[in-house]
Design a protein around this ligand. Structure first.
Ligand code: 0GY
Length: 293
């Protein structure tokens, strides 16, 4: 099945970033797509991407000066985690994974995933990506993964956020938000909607990725600096330096406006985390604590 006609292929020649990440830095949000001949996409997927193989991902990791990856199962692979597991096994200790599972998954299957490096599951509430599931679906998964010490990552958009908050607050595991729960940056960093998210984060069970300026920006055609998104990322790093993660989001699924240069995304890091101490936490200590300890 060819990729969608409007699919934007990831940047083939990202710049070598002028900012060099610290030794041991982790790209804590990225994906593997296919190759489809080896790892077919899920029949129920909402999009068909271009290939973004494990070898492509590891080459990008090295090019950007990173050491490790946290690979997140993308919705185009549904609950078929084979490409993810293959990538984790190939990376050895240099990658950890977030899987997508069904509520019928067995203990044995979860144990095998754990041995391959999976440390959590993703709950994706974004309707354009995944059909909604009943609450019990998620509760049954939590019961199964909690004994393994796994956490969940949550992909949700601002419009659906309030509805899920009580459920998320009551979960007995750590909850990591993808892309700051996708704020509407046109409202400004001081808007009550974003303040509500910042306040929610006071609960130590919550972590957030400060990621995806390319997806959240409203700057239209001029994406030189993503300056409308940086204050949101910085606000969270300043408030919660011990519970933030950063990732490229390579190969950048469903980007419509432009294809980001991953080297440029890395160059934003000193603006997001403005001291060496904050950058060490964001890129090394925090992901190592959550995924490698
Ligand atoms: C992201 C964002 C997107 C897609 C997925 O699982 C996915 O398909 O995560 C998106 O389309 O916004 O985090 O990669």
């Amino acid at each position: 099945m060819p990729m969608d006609p409007d699919w934007k292929v990831w940047h083939r020649n990202p710049r070598k970033p002028s900012y060099q990440p610290p030794e041991g830095a982790v790209d804590a949000h990225c994906h593997i797509f296919g190759p489809e001949e080896q790892f077919p996409y899920a029949p129920e997927r909402k999009y068909t991407p271009c290939t973004g193989s494990k070898d492509d991902l590891f080459a990008l990791r090295d090019h950007l000066g990173f050491s490790r990856n946290v690979i997140v199962q993308a919705s185009c692979h549904g609950r078929y985690n084979e490409a993810l597991i293959d990538g984790l096994k190939a990376a050895g200790d240099l990658a950890r994974g977030i899987a997508v599972v069904d509520n019928t998954i067995s203990e044995e299957e979860l144990q095998l995933m754990h041995e391959a490096g999976v440390r959590g599951v993703r709950f994706n509430f974004v309707r354009r990506l995944v059909d909604p599931k009943p609450r019990e679906h998620y509760e049954q998964i939590i019961e199964k993964i909690a004994p393994l010490g796994w956490h969940i990552i949550v992909y949700i958009e601002a419009a659906d956020f309030a509805e899920q908050v009580p459920f998320l607050q009551n979960l007995p595991v750590t909850v990591v938000f993808d892309h700051m729960a996708r704020p509407d940056v046109s409202k400004g960093v001081d808007h009550p909607d974003f303040e509500a998210f910042v306040s929610l984060m006071e609960d130590e069970k919550f972590w957030t990725k400060v990621s995806c300026p390319e997806r959240l920006t409203k700057q239209g055609g001029s994406h030189e600096n993503y300056s409308d998104v940086i204050p949101f990322m910085k606000r969270l790093v300043d408030a919660y330096p011990d519970r933030v993660l950063w990732g490229t989001d390579w190969p950048h699924p469903n980007m419509k406006s432009h294809v980001p240069d991953d080297g440029q995304l890395v160059e934003l890091l000193p603006l997001i985390a403005d001291t060496e101490d904050k950058r060490l936490k964001l890129l090394v200590h925090n992901p190592m604590k959550l995924y490698w300890s």
